[in-house]
Design a protein around this ligand. Sequence first.
Ligand code: ADP
Length: 412
Amino acid sequence: MNVLILNCGSSSVKFQLISTDLERIEQNTDERLAHGIIERIGGEAIITLLATGKPPQRSTAPLRETRAAVELILRWACAEESGIKEVKSVADIHAVGHRVVHGGEQFKQSVLITDEVLRGIEDCIDLAPLHNPANIKGINAAREVFGKGLPQVAVFDTAFHHTLPEHAYLYALPYQLYRRHRIRRYGFHGTSHRYVAYRYRQLKNIQRDQTNIITLHLGNGCSAAAIKNGNSIDTSMGLTPLEGLVMGTRSGDLDPAIIEFVAAKEGLSAQEVETLLNKQSGLLGLSGLTDDMRELLDEARESDDRRAKIAIEIFCYRARKYIGSYLAAMNGADAVVFTGGIGENSAEVRAKICDGLAWLGLELDSERNHALTAGHEGVISSDGSRLAAYVIPTNEELLIARDTVRVVYGVP
Ligand code: ADP
Protein backbone atom coordinates (compact mmCIF):
# COMPACT_ATOMS: atom_id res chain seq x y z
CA MET A 1 0.00 0.00 0.00
CA ASN A 2 1.30 3.47 -0.89
CA VAL A 3 0.26 5.88 1.85
CA LEU A 4 0.51 9.64 1.49
CA ILE A 5 1.11 11.34 4.84
CA LEU A 6 0.04 14.97 5.03
CA ASN A 7 0.93 17.43 7.77
CA CYS A 8 -0.86 20.64 6.83
CA GLY A 9 -0.08 23.92 8.57
CA SER A 10 -1.56 27.36 8.00
CA SER A 11 0.77 28.10 5.07
CA SER A 12 2.71 24.88 4.60
CA VAL A 13 2.23 21.25 3.67
CA LYS A 14 4.78 18.62 4.70
CA PHE A 15 4.37 15.21 3.13
CA GLN A 16 5.83 11.73 2.94
CA LEU A 17 4.96 8.87 0.68
CA ILE A 18 5.46 5.54 2.42
CA SER A 19 5.07 2.06 1.00
CA THR A 20 3.85 -0.32 3.70
CA ASP A 21 1.28 -2.99 4.57
CA LEU A 22 0.46 -5.26 7.50
CA GLU A 23 3.25 -7.70 6.69
CA ARG A 24 5.85 -4.98 6.23
CA ILE A 25 4.81 -3.37 9.52
CA GLU A 26 5.38 -6.73 11.22
CA GLN A 27 8.81 -7.09 9.57
CA ASN A 28 9.77 -3.44 9.99
CA THR A 29 10.43 -3.15 6.25
CA ASP A 30 8.25 -0.13 5.37
CA GLU A 31 9.89 2.06 2.75
CA ARG A 32 9.84 5.83 2.36
CA LEU A 33 9.40 6.57 -1.35
CA ALA A 34 9.45 10.37 -1.18
CA HIS A 35 9.06 13.35 1.07
CA GLY A 36 9.04 17.11 0.89
CA ILE A 37 7.66 20.42 2.02
CA ILE A 38 5.78 23.25 0.38
CA GLU A 39 6.05 26.51 2.28
CA ARG A 40 4.55 29.99 1.94
CA ILE A 41 1.33 28.77 0.38
CA GLY A 42 -0.85 31.77 -0.45
CA GLY A 43 1.94 33.52 -2.35
CA GLU A 44 4.98 32.40 -4.31
CA ALA A 45 5.38 29.00 -2.64
CA ILE A 46 8.77 27.42 -2.00
CA ILE A 47 8.72 23.79 -3.03
CA THR A 48 11.17 21.08 -1.98
CA LEU A 49 10.52 17.56 -3.30
CA LEU A 50 12.70 14.54 -2.71
CA ALA A 51 12.30 11.07 -4.10
CA THR A 52 14.35 8.54 -2.11
CA GLY A 53 17.81 8.13 -3.60
CA LYS A 54 17.43 11.12 -5.93
CA PRO A 55 18.71 14.68 -5.48
CA PRO A 56 16.21 17.20 -4.03
CA GLN A 57 14.20 19.28 -6.50
CA ARG A 58 13.72 22.88 -5.44
CA SER A 59 11.45 25.38 -7.17
CA THR A 60 8.90 28.11 -6.58
CA ALA A 61 5.38 28.51 -7.95
CA PRO A 62 2.36 30.64 -7.13
CA LEU A 63 0.08 28.38 -5.07
CA ARG A 64 -3.12 29.91 -3.73
CA GLU A 65 -4.21 27.31 -1.23
CA THR A 66 -3.64 23.88 0.32
CA ARG A 67 -5.54 22.13 -2.47
CA ALA A 68 -3.11 23.46 -5.09
CA ALA A 69 -0.20 22.17 -3.00
CA VAL A 70 -1.74 18.67 -2.70
CA GLU A 71 -2.39 18.65 -6.46
CA LEU A 72 1.21 19.60 -7.11
CA ILE A 73 2.49 16.77 -4.89
CA LEU A 74 0.30 14.24 -6.69
CA ARG A 75 1.29 15.50 -10.16
CA TRP A 76 4.97 15.33 -9.24
CA ALA A 77 4.70 11.88 -7.67
CA CYS A 78 3.05 10.48 -10.82
CA ALA A 79 5.44 12.16 -13.27
CA GLU A 80 8.21 10.14 -14.91
CA GLU A 81 10.83 12.74 -13.87
CA SER A 82 10.24 12.23 -10.15
CA GLY A 83 11.56 8.69 -10.54
CA ILE A 84 9.10 7.09 -8.09
CA LYS A 85 8.52 3.83 -9.91
CA GLU A 86 5.76 2.66 -7.55
CA VAL A 87 3.50 5.60 -8.48
CA LYS A 88 2.31 6.13 -12.06
CA SER A 89 -1.20 7.50 -11.55
CA VAL A 90 -3.61 8.62 -8.83
CA ALA A 91 -4.75 4.98 -8.51
CA ASP A 92 -1.32 4.14 -7.05
CA ILE A 93 -2.03 6.18 -3.92
CA HIS A 94 -4.05 3.85 -1.72
CA ALA A 95 -4.74 5.93 1.38
CA VAL A 96 -3.98 9.29 2.97
CA GLY A 97 -2.95 9.72 6.62
CA HIS A 98 -3.32 13.15 8.20
CA ARG A 99 -1.60 14.54 11.23
CA VAL A 100 -4.34 16.27 13.25
CA VAL A 101 -3.22 18.32 16.22
CA HIS A 102 -6.21 18.27 18.56
CA GLY A 103 -8.62 15.42 19.07
CA GLY A 104 -10.07 16.74 22.34
CA GLU A 105 -11.68 14.11 24.56
CA GLN A 106 -13.51 12.57 21.64
CA PHE A 107 -10.66 10.94 19.71
CA LYS A 108 -8.70 8.37 21.68
CA GLN A 109 -7.15 6.68 18.66
CA SER A 110 -6.61 7.07 14.92
CA VAL A 111 -9.85 6.96 12.91
CA LEU A 112 -11.13 6.67 9.37
CA ILE A 113 -12.31 10.13 8.32
CA THR A 114 -16.05 10.33 7.72
CA ASP A 115 -18.30 13.41 7.64
CA GLU A 116 -19.04 12.77 11.32
CA VAL A 117 -15.32 12.56 12.20
CA LEU A 118 -14.72 15.78 10.28
CA ARG A 119 -17.42 17.47 12.37
CA GLY A 120 -15.72 16.13 15.51
CA ILE A 121 -12.39 17.65 14.41
CA GLU A 122 -14.23 20.92 13.76
CA ASP A 123 -15.63 20.76 17.31
CA CYS A 124 -12.01 20.81 18.56
CA ILE A 125 -11.16 24.06 16.73
CA ASP A 126 -11.89 25.94 19.93
CA LEU A 127 -9.03 24.05 21.61
CA ALA A 128 -6.53 24.48 18.75
CA PRO A 129 -7.60 27.55 16.77
CA LEU A 130 -4.26 27.78 14.95
CA HIS A 131 -3.84 24.13 14.02
CA ASN A 132 -7.12 22.26 13.53
CA PRO A 133 -8.47 24.60 10.79
CA ALA A 134 -5.30 23.97 8.74
CA ASN A 135 -5.63 20.20 9.28
CA ILE A 136 -9.29 20.34 8.16
CA LYS A 137 -8.27 22.27 5.05
CA GLY A 138 -5.79 19.49 4.30
CA ILE A 139 -8.45 16.80 4.69
CA ASN A 140 -10.88 18.66 2.42
CA ALA A 141 -8.13 19.32 -0.13
CA ALA A 142 -7.23 15.62 -0.23
CA ARG A 143 -10.91 14.69 -0.60
CA GLU A 144 -11.19 17.00 -3.60
CA VAL A 145 -7.94 15.88 -5.21
CA PHE A 146 -8.27 12.10 -4.61
CA GLY A 147 -12.06 11.80 -4.45
CA LYS A 148 -14.18 10.86 -1.46
CA GLY A 149 -13.71 7.15 -2.11
CA LEU A 150 -10.04 7.11 -1.08
CA PRO A 151 -9.66 6.13 2.58
CA GLN A 152 -8.31 8.95 4.72
CA VAL A 153 -7.23 8.50 8.31
CA ALA A 154 -6.76 11.09 11.08
CA VAL A 155 -3.92 10.54 13.55
CA PHE A 156 -4.12 12.86 16.55
CA ASP A 157 -1.26 14.48 18.49
CA THR A 158 -3.36 14.25 21.63
CA ALA A 159 -4.61 10.66 21.34
CA PHE A 160 -1.68 8.85 23.02
CA HIS A 161 -2.27 10.91 26.17
CA HIS A 162 -5.93 9.88 26.55
CA THR A 163 -4.81 7.46 29.28
CA LEU A 164 -3.81 10.31 31.63
CA PRO A 165 -5.63 9.78 34.92
CA GLU A 166 -7.95 12.51 36.22
CA HIS A 167 -5.42 13.61 38.84
CA ALA A 168 -2.90 14.33 36.06
CA TYR A 169 -5.20 15.97 33.53
CA LEU A 170 -7.33 18.22 35.75
CA TYR A 171 -6.10 21.70 36.62
CA ALA A 172 -6.89 22.96 40.12
CA LEU A 173 -9.48 25.37 38.74
CA PRO A 174 -13.19 25.58 39.57
CA TYR A 175 -14.47 22.19 38.38
CA GLN A 176 -17.27 23.74 36.33
CA LEU A 177 -14.64 25.19 33.95
CA TYR A 178 -13.74 21.63 33.04
CA ARG A 179 -17.39 20.64 32.76
CA ARG A 180 -18.42 23.67 30.73
CA HIS A 181 -15.39 24.20 28.52
CA ARG A 182 -13.33 20.98 28.80
CA ILE A 183 -10.40 22.93 30.20
CA ARG A 184 -7.86 20.23 31.12
CA ARG A 185 -4.43 18.95 30.16
CA TYR A 186 -4.54 17.12 26.80
CA GLY A 187 -0.85 16.86 25.91
CA PHE A 188 0.69 16.88 22.42
CA HIS A 189 3.54 15.21 20.46
CA GLY A 190 1.63 11.99 21.24
CA THR A 191 2.67 10.35 17.98
CA SER A 192 6.33 10.98 18.76
CA HIS A 193 6.15 9.76 22.38
CA ARG A 194 4.25 6.68 21.21
CA TYR A 195 6.74 5.92 18.44
CA VAL A 196 9.83 6.10 20.66
CA ALA A 197 8.10 4.02 23.35
CA TYR A 198 7.38 1.41 20.67
CA ARG A 199 10.99 1.46 19.41
CA TYR A 200 12.27 1.19 23.00
CA ARG A 201 10.29 -1.96 23.65
CA GLN A 202 11.51 -3.43 20.36
CA LEU A 203 15.13 -2.67 21.30
CA LYS A 204 14.63 -4.20 24.74
CA ASN A 205 12.49 -7.06 23.44
CA ILE A 206 9.81 -6.44 26.07
CA GLN A 207 6.02 -6.21 26.00
CA ARG A 208 4.04 -2.98 25.86
CA ASP A 209 2.90 -3.31 29.50
CA GLN A 210 6.52 -3.68 30.62
CA THR A 211 7.43 -0.27 29.19
CA ASN A 212 8.21 2.19 32.01
CA ILE A 213 10.06 5.18 30.62
CA ILE A 214 10.25 8.96 30.54
CA THR A 215 10.37 10.30 26.99
CA LEU A 216 11.76 13.75 26.25
CA HIS A 217 10.82 15.14 22.84
CA LEU A 218 13.17 18.11 22.44
CA GLY A 219 12.70 19.89 19.11
CA ASN A 220 11.40 23.36 18.32
CA GLY A 221 8.50 22.36 20.53
CA CYS A 222 9.45 20.31 23.59
CA SER A 223 7.50 17.97 25.81
CA ALA A 224 8.05 15.19 28.33
CA ALA A 225 5.87 12.15 28.91
CA ALA A 226 5.70 9.67 31.76
CA ILE A 227 4.93 6.27 30.23
CA LYS A 228 3.93 3.58 32.71
CA ASN A 229 3.04 0.04 31.62
CA GLY A 230 3.01 1.38 28.06
CA ASN A 231 0.49 4.14 28.75
CA SER A 232 1.05 7.88 29.01
CA ILE A 233 0.18 8.80 32.60
CA ASP A 234 1.45 12.38 32.55
CA THR A 235 2.82 14.85 30.06
CA SER A 236 4.15 18.38 30.20
CA MET A 237 2.07 20.14 27.54
CA GLY A 238 -1.42 21.08 28.64
CA LEU A 239 -4.59 22.55 27.19
CA THR A 240 -2.30 23.97 24.51
CA PRO A 241 1.35 23.26 23.60
CA LEU A 242 2.48 26.28 25.63
CA GLU A 243 2.85 24.54 29.00
CA GLY A 244 5.81 22.60 30.33
CA LEU A 245 9.40 22.60 29.12
CA VAL A 246 11.28 25.63 27.77
CA MET A 247 11.00 25.57 23.95
CA GLY A 248 12.44 27.44 20.97
CA THR A 249 10.03 30.35 21.28
CA ARG A 250 7.57 29.19 23.98
CA SER A 251 7.98 29.95 27.67
CA GLY A 252 6.66 26.66 29.05
CA ASP A 253 5.56 26.78 32.71
CA LEU A 254 5.11 30.18 34.37
CA ASP A 255 3.09 31.93 37.03
CA PRO A 256 -0.28 32.68 35.36
CA ALA A 257 -0.38 36.06 37.13
CA ILE A 258 2.43 37.15 34.77
CA ILE A 259 -0.06 37.45 31.91
CA GLU A 260 -2.07 40.26 33.52
CA PHE A 261 1.11 41.85 34.92
CA VAL A 262 2.83 42.01 31.52
CA ALA A 263 -0.39 43.20 29.86
CA ALA A 264 -0.64 46.12 32.31
CA LYS A 265 3.06 47.04 32.26
CA GLU A 266 3.53 46.76 28.50
CA GLY A 267 0.08 47.97 27.44
CA LEU A 268 -0.74 44.71 25.66
CA SER A 269 -3.98 42.77 25.27
CA ALA A 270 -4.26 39.26 26.75
CA GLN A 271 -3.99 37.89 23.21
CA GLU A 272 -0.81 39.89 22.57
CA VAL A 273 0.72 38.51 25.75
CA GLU A 274 -0.20 35.00 24.67
CA THR A 275 1.54 35.63 21.35
CA LEU A 276 4.58 36.87 23.26
CA LEU A 277 4.59 33.68 25.32
CA ASN A 278 4.26 31.52 22.20
CA LYS A 279 6.47 33.33 19.72
CA GLN A 280 8.97 35.56 21.53
CA SER A 281 9.84 33.60 24.67
CA GLY A 282 11.75 30.39 25.39
CA LEU A 283 15.32 30.15 24.04
CA LEU A 284 14.71 33.15 21.76
CA GLY A 285 13.36 35.41 24.50
CA LEU A 286 16.01 34.47 27.04
CA SER A 287 18.98 34.74 24.68
CA GLY A 288 17.73 37.63 22.56
CA LEU A 289 19.58 35.84 19.74
CA THR A 290 17.84 32.82 18.29
CA ASP A 291 15.35 30.03 18.92
CA ASP A 292 17.77 27.53 17.39
CA MET A 293 19.61 25.39 19.94
CA ARG A 294 22.52 24.60 17.61
CA GLU A 295 23.20 28.29 17.04
CA LEU A 296 22.93 28.99 20.77
CA LEU A 297 25.41 26.26 21.62
CA ASP A 298 27.84 27.69 19.04
CA GLU A 299 27.35 31.19 20.42
CA ALA A 300 27.91 30.03 24.01
CA ARG A 301 31.07 28.16 22.97
CA GLU A 302 32.60 30.70 20.62
CA SER A 303 31.68 34.07 22.12
CA ASP A 304 31.00 33.04 25.70
CA ASP A 305 27.66 34.88 25.39
CA ARG A 306 26.14 35.11 28.89
CA ARG A 307 22.52 35.10 27.78
CA ALA A 308 23.03 32.22 25.36
CA LYS A 309 24.52 30.25 28.25
CA ILE A 310 21.69 31.07 30.66
CA ALA A 311 19.07 30.14 28.03
CA ILE A 312 20.71 26.69 27.61
CA GLU A 313 21.03 26.33 31.38
CA ILE A 314 17.33 27.07 31.99
CA PHE A 315 16.30 24.75 29.15
CA CYS A 316 18.26 21.85 30.69
CA TYR A 317 17.31 22.66 34.28
CA ARG A 318 13.58 22.56 33.44
CA ALA A 319 13.97 19.22 31.64
CA ARG A 320 15.88 17.79 34.63
CA LYS A 321 13.10 18.91 37.00
CA TYR A 322 10.54 17.09 34.86
CA ILE A 323 12.58 13.88 34.96
CA GLY A 324 12.62 14.11 38.75
CA SER A 325 8.92 14.81 39.05
CA TYR A 326 7.94 12.02 36.64
CA LEU A 327 10.10 9.51 38.49
CA ALA A 328 8.05 10.39 41.56
CA ALA A 329 4.78 10.26 39.61
CA MET A 330 5.52 6.79 38.18
CA ASN A 331 7.21 5.21 41.21
CA GLY A 332 10.46 4.98 39.28
CA ALA A 333 11.23 4.17 35.66
CA ASP A 334 13.66 2.02 33.66
CA ALA A 335 14.91 4.62 31.18
CA VAL A 336 14.91 8.19 29.98
CA VAL A 337 14.60 8.42 26.19
CA PHE A 338 15.75 11.46 24.22
CA THR A 339 14.24 12.35 20.85
CA GLY A 340 13.52 15.39 18.59
CA GLY A 341 16.10 17.59 16.82
CA ILE A 342 17.86 18.60 20.04
CA GLY A 343 17.41 15.30 21.89
CA GLU A 344 18.72 13.29 18.94
CA ASN A 345 21.64 15.53 17.98
CA SER A 346 23.05 17.32 20.98
CA ALA A 347 25.22 15.22 23.29
CA GLU A 348 26.02 18.44 25.15
CA VAL A 349 22.37 19.16 26.01
CA ARG A 350 21.75 15.53 26.96
CA ALA A 351 24.76 15.62 29.29
CA LYS A 352 23.64 18.87 30.88
CA ILE A 353 20.14 17.52 31.49
CA CYS A 354 21.47 14.33 33.11
CA ASP A 355 24.12 16.18 35.11
CA GLY A 356 23.74 15.46 38.83
CA LEU A 357 21.21 12.66 38.40
CA ALA A 358 23.68 9.90 39.34
CA TRP A 359 22.28 9.89 42.89
CA LEU A 360 18.95 8.66 41.55
CA GLY A 361 20.61 6.05 39.38
CA LEU A 362 21.20 7.79 36.03
CA GLU A 363 24.86 7.54 35.06
CA LEU A 364 25.61 8.78 31.58
CA ASP A 365 28.49 7.15 29.68
CA SER A 366 30.18 10.21 28.23
CA GLU A 367 31.90 8.26 25.46
CA ARG A 368 28.68 6.56 24.33
CA ASN A 369 26.80 9.85 24.55
CA HIS A 370 29.26 11.67 22.30
CA ALA A 371 29.92 8.75 19.96
CA LEU A 372 26.28 8.35 18.94
CA THR A 373 25.95 9.81 15.45
CA ALA A 374 22.94 11.76 14.19
CA GLY A 375 19.97 9.64 13.18
CA HIS A 376 21.09 6.60 15.19
CA GLU A 377 19.49 4.98 18.18
CA GLY A 378 21.26 3.52 21.15
CA VAL A 379 21.99 3.47 24.84
CA ILE A 380 24.04 6.36 26.27
CA SER A 381 24.14 5.38 29.95
CA SER A 382 26.80 3.20 31.58
CA ASP A 383 26.20 -0.53 31.93
CA GLY A 384 25.64 -0.32 35.67
CA SER A 385 23.21 2.63 35.49
CA ARG A 386 19.98 1.81 37.37
CA LEU A 387 18.08 4.31 35.24
CA ALA A 388 19.17 3.88 31.63
CA ALA A 389 19.32 6.67 29.04
CA TYR A 390 18.62 6.18 25.32
CA VAL A 391 18.52 8.21 22.15
CA ILE A 392 15.80 7.10 19.75
CA PRO A 393 15.14 9.20 16.62
CA THR A 394 11.45 9.88 16.27
CA ASN A 395 9.47 9.01 13.14
CA GLU A 396 5.98 10.42 13.43
CA GLU A 397 5.24 9.96 9.73
CA LEU A 398 6.00 6.25 9.87
CA LEU A 399 3.60 5.85 12.78
CA ILE A 400 0.92 7.80 10.88
CA ALA A 401 1.44 5.55 7.83
CA ARG A 402 1.19 2.41 9.94
CA ASP A 403 -1.91 3.65 11.77
CA THR A 404 -3.46 4.46 8.39
CA VAL A 405 -2.85 0.90 7.18
CA ARG A 406 -4.22 -0.61 10.39
CA VAL A 407 -7.35 1.57 10.31
CA VAL A 408 -7.96 0.81 6.63
CA TYR A 409 -7.69 -2.96 7.30
CA GLY A 410 -9.65 -2.66 10.54
CA VAL A 411 -6.76 -4.13 12.57
CA PRO A 412 -6.29 -2.72 16.12
P1 ADP B 1 10.47 20.37 15.08
O1 ADP B 1 10.03 20.38 16.52
O2 ADP B 1 10.04 21.58 14.32
O3 ADP B 1 10.22 19.05 14.38
P2 ADP B 1 13.21 19.51 15.23
O4 ADP B 1 12.81 18.28 15.96
O5 ADP B 1 13.82 19.38 13.89
O6 ADP B 1 12.05 20.56 15.15
O7 ADP B 1 14.25 20.29 16.19
C1 ADP B 1 14.78 21.53 15.86
C2 ADP B 1 15.80 21.89 16.93
O8 ADP B 1 16.83 20.92 16.94
C3 ADP B 1 16.47 23.26 16.70
O9 ADP B 1 16.57 23.97 17.92
C4 ADP B 1 17.86 22.84 16.22
O10 ADP B 1 18.84 23.79 16.51
C5 ADP B 1 18.07 21.59 17.03
N1 ADP B 1 19.20 20.82 16.50
C6 ADP B 1 19.29 20.17 15.32
N2 ADP B 1 20.55 19.65 15.17
C7 ADP B 1 21.25 19.99 16.29
C8 ADP B 1 22.57 19.75 16.76
N3 ADP B 1 23.44 19.05 16.04
N4 ADP B 1 22.92 20.25 17.95
C9 ADP B 1 22.05 20.95 18.69
N5 ADP B 1 20.79 21.21 18.33
C10 ADP B 1 20.39 20.73 17.14
